[in-house]
Ligand binder design. Structure first.
Ligand SMILES: Nc1ncnc2c1ncn2[C@@H]1O[C@H](COP(=O)(O)OP(=O)(O)O)[C@@H](O)[C@H]1O
Ligand SMILES: [Mg+2]
Length: 462
């Protein structure tokens, strides 16, 4: 009989019409200490037969197999081989595809381009181990695990909301020339929330610490100094321009347990100051080829690397505290970027302004706090989200478990507001939008003012 205790080998069947691809993927996946590829299948039907006969713990299947989709495969396997978890890969991932697949019982879906075997193998192993723990508890209670208690029956949330917007790449910069307004907190929680979302869990999310000369994403992400000595912004000076997905992966530090890949700032601030425009551009341009979402913690001031990040960004989140200093600093940025009829020689920066929105973050609580409308008027940009003051932030920071607020206390008002922001930016939490549309109290603080999506708030539509 097979050993099914947590930590024991995880047997996988691969399914893809292309046998060469399966050979390469199998070799790469087998680098994982727990994972063993025990079978190949070139059609869905062959995959069902093989998974059942080999008692596979999981299958990793191309979404569009010649005779069926991975969603159909999951439905069929829940009958034919109830213990087998189904994972999919696809070269054409859209939000709709992910949600349809997950509703049908596919555990996760990964992009085929930039296939990083280490990450996928780890995800499958962890999922299978969790499932085994669950079954052993069920078995303890009821003596036997019934047929049908497969991936379809256990732990699969049904999400009815259908995402129709196709997924485009998001590059999100958290910016404010003033320190202490919550840039790092927002950047880290946003990246974590996106990676943990049902839509993005199989996609790749990066977090860059562009607070180059003294960033603290290191401590907020609980990475440990040693991990960053050879993997930081400065070390990218020496990497070649052409890299494979796995090589890129090795140049980043994984954040546990979310799997967000972090590129920290150098430990030595002297190297931080040497992060040039060219280097920053090389880093972002390279990572853009491999990551669906890149979140950048901008740090205070606007050094050259932040200028580069502004150019690449699809969203520039101006993090503002409801107090005068952060408002005036951001107002200066907005003013500097605005066209001036009296200075026609000034370069046109309106393309940057159009990407900028205010994220109002309450790092403290005072009855003298400025009102959101005063902040918007003071800076001259639209408010996209309001993040409440919340002890969950400090609870996470001081918990020593490396969990972010959105993980430690997912239902806290701050966490809900971050998820709502993640949904506005890249449709990561469709259920937040549904709850909002239905007038539910997603967050007591939030629901009142946060109506509509990004564009309706920026352009006053809807
Ligand atoms: N919404 C919030 N509620 C409670 N504390 C917060 C919140 N946002 C940030 N903080 C705290 O405020 C401080 C400054 O945040 P940080 O993210 O380091 O700012 P920055 O990166 O802009 O310098 C940190 O101690 C952080 O834990
Ligand atoms: Mg910071």
């Amino acid at each position: 009989m097979f050993d099914r205790s947590p930590g024991s080998p995880v047997n996988i069947v691969l399914a893809d019409h292309d046998r060469d691809w399966m050979m390469t993927a199998a070799a790469e996946l087998a680098q994982h200490p727990q994972v063993k590829v025990v079978g190949f299948a070139q059609t869905g039907q062959a995959c069902i037969d093989r998974a059942a006969s080999l008692a596979a713990d999981a299958v990793l299947a191309e979404y569009a197999l010649p005779d069926m989709t991975a969603s159909e495969l999951a439905t069929a396997l829940s009958e034919a081989s109830p213990g087998t978890a189904v994972f999919a890969i696809s070269s054409a991932i859209t939000g709709q595809l992910v949600m349809t697949a997950k509703t049908k019982g596919v555990a996760d879906i990964f992009p085929k381009e930039g296939f990083v075997a280490r990450e996928i193998a780890e995800k499958i192993a962890r999922y299978v181990d969790d499932l085994r723990k669950e079954w052993s508890q069920v078995a303890e209670k009821y003596g036997i695990v019934e047929k049908g208690v497969g991936p379809k029956g256990v732990g699969v949330r049904t999400i009815r909301e259908v995402v129709t917007r196709s997924m485009t790449q998001s590059i999100i910069l958290c910016h404010c020339p003033k320190g202490g307004v919550g840039k790092t907190t927002v950047a880290v929680n946003l990246a974590t929330a996106i990676k943990n979302s049902p839509v993005y869990s199989g996609l790749r999310v990066a977090l860059l610490d562009f607070d180059a000369d003294y960033g603290n994403a290191l401590s907020v992400c609980n990475l440990g100094f040693n991990a960053t000595l050879s993997r930081n912004l400065y070390t990218w000076n020496h990497v070649p321009d052409e890299l494979t997905p796995s090589e890129v992966d090795e140049l980043m530090v994984p954040m546990e347990p979310s799997g967000v890949m972090v590129l920290p700032s150098p430990f030595n601030p002297a190297y931080g100051r040497k992060v040039s425009k060219e280097l920053a551009d090389k880093i972002i341009s390279t990572l853009k080829k491999y990551y669906s979402v890149i979140v950048i913690d901008g740090g205070p001031k606007i050094p050259e690397c932040v200028e580069v990040a502004m150019n690449h960004a699809t969203h520039i989140l101006c993090i503002a505290e409801p107090e005068r200093q952060s408002v005036e600093n951001l107002a200066r940025t907005a003013h500097f970027l605005s066209p001036d009829p009296d200075a026609p020689e000034k370069p046109d920066f309106t393309y940057l302004l159009r990407k900028m929105v205010i994220v109002l973050n309450k790092v403290g609580q005072s009855r003298y706090d400025l009102k959101p409308a005063e902040v918007a008027r003071g800076i001259g940009l639209p408010v996209m989200a309001e993040l409440p003051f919340d002890d969950a932030v400090k609870a996470a920071l001081h918990s020593d478990r490396g969990l972010q607020a959105v993980e430690l206390m997912p239902e806290a008002p701050f966490s809900l507001a971050i998820k709502s922001l993640a949904n506005d930016i890249c449709s990561a939490y469709p259920e937040m939008a549904t709850a909002r549309a239905a007038g539910q109290n997603v967050s007591a603080h939030h629901s009142v003012r946060n109506k509509g999506g990004l564009f309706s708030r920026i352009f006053g539509r809807g």
